[in-house]
Design a protein around this ligand. Structure first.
Ligand code: MG
Ligand code: ZN
Length: 221
């Protein structure tokens, strides 16, 4: 059976969530209540993220990019993992609720632009406007922003083994469609346990390589 991988960015490829760290650093008045409303599901992710960025002046673009590039850390083993998927010919898709202008510079060393699905941005107004090229299909009513289950449905057929890698609330709907979930955050681990989804915990991407190699050996035996 062929495999396809769908990997989250914030908190998974990077060690922490970049939207939260941008908001904390640039601190536009009123962002925290919006964050809380997203987490308690009073407003949708699309609405909340759009509203938070709309509080930041477009003139901050370069400062934000520089801040993320200088402070965000890539999780160990990610470069090796990208190389592994290329060697094994397993399609690796990065599905991110992050925004192009900071996700792309962080991923530049790994040359993943053709495999990246995230939100876009427009700096032509006074404040930052997020645009949403990957909104929910007719089967999703969560108003995700970047809709991971819709992307999975579009890219992977029923005959493909779907592997989802993630940490948090934005990965939950994708995890429900997965044959195997690799988890690196409390929230998603708890939900996987609760819903009885097949998952493996990991801290370092080398552990995923090891797991997939072992799985391959079992199949070949
Ligand atoms: Mg995440
Ligand atoms: Zn959706």
């Amino acid at each position: 059976m062929s495999k396809m991988i769908f990997c989250d960015f914030d908190g998974t490829i990077t060690k922490s969530d970049n939207i939260i760290s941008i908001m904390r650093h640039f601190n536009p008045p009123g962002w925290e209540p919006i964050k809380d409303q997203i987490l308690s599901r009073e407003i949708t992710i699309r609405e909340g993220v759009g509203n938070m960025f709309a509080m930041l002046p477009s003139s901050l673009k370069e400062d934000i990019i520089q801040y993320v590039v200088e402070t965000a850390e890539i999780r160990d083993g990610f470069g090796e993992f990208v190389a592994y998927t290329r060697k094994e010919n397993v399609p690796l898709n990065i599905v991110s609720g992050g925004i192009d202008f900071f996700v792309k510079p962080m991923l530049a060393p790994f040359q993943l632009d053709d495999q990246l699905y995230c939100n876009d941005s427009d700096f032509s107004d006074d404040t930052i406007r997020i645009t949403w090229p990957h909104t929910c299909d007719s089967q999703c009513s969560n108003d995700c922003g970047c809709c991971k289950p819709s992307i999975i449905r579009r890219l992977a057929g029923d005959d493909v083994q779907k592997i989802v890698i993630g940490d948090s609330v934005t990965d939950l709907e994708a995890a429900k469609l997965a044959d195997l979930v690799f988890v690196c955050g409390e929230y998603l681990e708890e939900k996987c346990r609760e819903l009885n989804l097949p998952y493996q915990r990991f801290e370092d991407f080398n552990e995923i390589i090891q797991y997939l190699e072992q799985q391959q050996e079992v199949v070949q035996r």
